[in-house]
Ligand binder design. Structure first.
Ligand code: MF3
Ligand code: CO
Length: 295
């Protein structure tokens, strides 16, 4: 069976991670450990998915802007504003920091941020005609490019008072996302996280969107691996130090079935019109666990 094998480096060649050290004293043992997992049938990351210290620094700086933009949204979001207004805040705060909103013109996306209200699962497009009203739950998904490095995270906001059911969905979805985070450590599997997330969602009577997931993020907006939250413990890709990806499960109060807005080609809705919630963080796998980069 043909398979992709990364070119073997000479032991005395400079390491692929650009540390300037010889391969044999840098990432050779690390690569051998990964190869051992592959021999046992695991899906393993390639070098492109493993960030160098320089790339990590760039991604952290980008995330600092992203977090500040979401903090700004958190301080100003309220009943009566339009999602167009949120879009303006995000554009202004991001560009003022010398960065670019990653969604703007991304595969034709027309705005700087995604705003998804109630039964909108994700990729809601800000609009002058969407006025936030009391009881709405809204996800604001911000992504930033700074010096070519990408960051991505999203938060839920409750406008005024909402129903106990919607409040519980929002709060529990955050706890589910954080329970998934606890599974992120080197030499574990992405499926360890998927299992915990889907189990906890089902225990609460919720469903998990299957078709849309998380992704590697940092050097590009959406990189490999694609991250599912309906996977099983011990399956899917091996996690190793230096990988950077998002945890962003979409949790539905009703059916997991979804559909795409045929008019705009972007916005995803729940099929039954029930609410959906999502929190997104961007994490880096470290030597002994994880580092949350954007939230
Ligand atoms: N921020 C979204 C994510 O979490 C991606 C949105 S793509 C866009 O992956 F074009 F809609 F912005
Ligand atoms: Co994302």
């Amino acid at each position: 069976m043909p398979r992709f094998i990364e070119k073997k480096l000479d032991r005395n060649a400079p390491c692929w991670c650009h540390s300037g050290k010889k391969y044999k004293v840098c990432h050779l043992a690390f690569d051998e450990k990964i190869a051992e997992f592959r021999r046992h049938g695991a899906r393993v990351p390639n070098h492109k998915m493993i960030k160098t210290p320089e790339q990590m620094e760039g991604i952290r700086k980008s995330a600092k802007v992203n977090v500040a933009v979401l903090d700004y949204v958190a301080e100003h979001i309220r009943e009566g504003i339009t999602t167009e207004e949120i879009d303006r805040w995000v554009y202004e705060q991001t560009t003022r920091a010398g960065a670019i909103p990653a969604p703007l013109n991304y595969e034709g996306f027309p705005k700087s941020v995604c705003t998804s209200i109630n039964d909108q699962v994700c990729h809601g497009i800000p609009s002058e005609s969407d006025v936030l009203k009391a009881g709405d739950i809204v996800n604001v998904d911000c992504s930033t490019i700074l010096n070519g490095y990408f960051s991505d995270s999203s938060r839920m906001f409750i406008i005024g008072e909402t129903t106990p059911e919607k409040k519980k969905l929002v709060e529990t979805t955050r706890e589910i996302m954080l329970a998934g985070l606890e599974q992120v450590k080197p030499w574990g599997f992405l499926g360890d996280m998927g299992q915990v997330i889907s189990d906890m969602a089902h225990e609460n009577g919720y469903t998990v969107v299957r078709e849309i997931g998380g992704h590697g993020c940092g050097v590009q907006f959406h990189e490999e691996p694609w991250v599912s939250y309906v996977t099983k413990k011990g399956t899917d890709m091996l996690m190793v130090p230096g990988m950077c990806f998002t945890i962003e499960p979409m949790i539905n109060m009703g059916t997991d079935e979804i559909f795409e807005d045929a008019d705009n080609g972007w916005t995803i809705y729940t099929a039954d019109g029930m609410p959906s919630a999502q929190w997104e963080i961007q994490v880096l796998v470290t030597e002994d666990g994880h580092e949350v980069i954007s939230w």
